[in-house]
Design a protein around this ligand. Sequence first.
Ligand code: C5P
Length: 218
Amino acid sequence: MTGLVVAMDGPSGSGKSSVSRGVARALGLRYLDTGAMYRAMTWWMLRQGVDLADPGAIAARCGEPLIVSGTDPDSPAIHVDEVDVAGPIREADVTGSVSVVAAVPEVRARLVARQREIIGAGGIVVEGRDIGTVVCPGAAVKIYLTASAEARALRRSAELAGSTARAQQEAMARRDTLDSTRKADPLSMADGAVELDTTAMRLDEVIAEVLRLVAEQT
Ligand code: C5P
């Protein structure tokens, strides 16, 4: 499985993380969560007090933080300047701002370069929004995971205590709109990607289907 890259794209709440980690574990591959890198950049910008309404200010500072991502599917680690940010990057302030930061081309150029270094010779499952289209268009297996807006919101609100499905659905719809309408590398299905609608599927069924596609396409 060295050399293999599985690109896993799709909107928020489609199940990318659980599926990607399950597939990586089953095949003994590494795992990269590129969303965590955009979240880490956003966490740093917020902490520095960078004006997120000003793309120029974001672009000017995005080279400063040192973002280091682990690739163990059992405990995906993420550090910014040696601070463990795995918890803080899931907080509402980061989630509410990440799509704005991720829309800045200079941020994307920097993080995509870093992602390609980590992917290296492959042997990895990579999840994000632009993996099959931009980061690794040559990936042997490209999956585009979707689910109905209701199912995605329900999954997220089950993960986040105190948040209602309706509030989740609205917040996710806002983020998905920003992610799929931005100029730089918008969320879209890659050429050659297989679309998997997970609305009515259990996690183990989705993982089994991806493993079947990997076996078929490699
Ligand atoms: O996957 P997750 O929901 O943690 O991603 C957070 C945000 O990071 C997305 O809403 C999107 O704005 C951005 N992102 C991106 N490209 C990727 C991965 C994530 O723009 N490859």
